[in-house]
Ligand binder design. Structure first.
Ligand code: CP
Length: 316
């Protein structure tokens, strides 16, 4: 297995099966620290730099919380408008990262441009963690989701997945790449104009992902062990920011209601949503046996603790 020390976490396409399991082992080992709300000294001499060119609640704060739990320091920006990258100068990724690498030991970057963290990784002498790049990927979120499934179901292989939402989403790409390493058939449900591209389908077929597409959640929910949902009503992820405005409602094809779960879902299926949500999962689903998104949120901190500990060499 390749070492994680100094490694960039840019894409789940890079990950081998045994590397997933090593990350999950480390997460399990570190989990009691977060569970017991303790802070330890594992990374006490290290600093995380956050470089967020797009809004975030969970990804940035979960990385920051993870670093603090492990005794490290945090610096960075959550609004590029207040940096030279977001003002008149439009400072380049290269010039920005060549500064940030001196301010800390690892950088987590979210950007509206697909491939921006990969470009940062070309120039930085410290590891870059991709916190979401345009429509590209969101590897730490899907590592969190796979870990949540493992902890909730006790296994990954043999489980059937249903993914509902906008297939242009970065999470969907990381999910498809991640599942190529497991025996997990998946059904995708999306509006036709948000479907997986032919190019992406050719790529995941090459990696032997067992997938199909259907047009309504009702046609697939009964078989699913894991239901992962993303909005179909959402902003353009290639923009740095979009203000709230008029928007439509989620059509029933892409909506998981309490009634649908009660009528059609397996009693032991689990429902994931990385959030934020619109109306695709109404709040009355929160208190049902299927919902696991609050566990997923907790695991988001645990997973970032594991990744920081590994790339900074505190765990092998
Ligand atoms: N799931 C997720 O990436 O949330 P944020 O956009 O709040 O980081």
């Amino acid at each position: 297995m390749r070492s994680f020390l100094g490694r960039d976490i840019l894409s789940l396409k890079d990950f081998e099966r045994n590397e997933f399991f090593r990350i999950f082992e480390v997460a399990k080992e570190l989990e009691p620290i977060a569970r017991n709300r303790r802070n330890v000294e594992l990374l006490k001499e290290k600093t995380l730099v956050t470089a967020f060119y797009q809004p975030s609640t969970r990804t940035r704060l979960a990385h920051e919380a993870a670093m603090i739990r492990l005794g490290g320091q945090v610096t960075g920006f959550s609004d590029a408008k207040m940096t030279r990258a977001g003002d008149w100068y439009q400072e380049s990724i290269k010039d920005t990262v060549k500064m940030l690498e001196y301010y800390g030991d690892v950088i987590v970057m979210r950007h509206f441009r697909q491939g921006a963290p990969h470009e940062a990784a070309k120039w930085a002498s410290v590891p870059i963690i991709n916190g979401g790049d345009g429509w590209g990927e969101h590897p730490t979120q899907i590592l969190t989701d796979l870990y949540t499934v493992l902890t909730e179901k006790g296994r990954l292989d043999g489980l059937k997945w249903l993914a509902v939402g906008d297939m242009r989403m970065r999470t969907m790409h990381s999910l498809a790449y991640g599942l190529t390493q497991f025996d997990c058939p998946i059904t995708f449900v999306s509006p036709p104009d948000m479907a997986l591209t032919e190019e992406f389908k050719a790529e995941i077929s090459q990696y032997s992902l067992d997938y199909k597409e259907v047009d309504h959640v009702e046609k697939a929910i009964g078989d699913a062990d894991v239901i992962l949902v993303e909005p179909v009503v959402q902003p353009d992820y290639t923009k740095s920011r979009q203000e709230a405005g008029e928007h439509g409602l989620t059509p029933s094809n892409y909506k998981i209601t309490r009634e649908l779960l009660e009528k059609k879902a397996k009693p032991d299926a689990i429902l994931l949503h990385s959030l934020p949500r619109m109306d695709e999962i109404p709040p009355d689903v929160d208190i049902t046996r299927w919902s696991r998104y609050w566990q997923e949120a907790f695991n988001g901190v645990v997973m970032r603790m594991a990744l920081l500990a590994l790339v900074l060499g505190a765990m092998e």
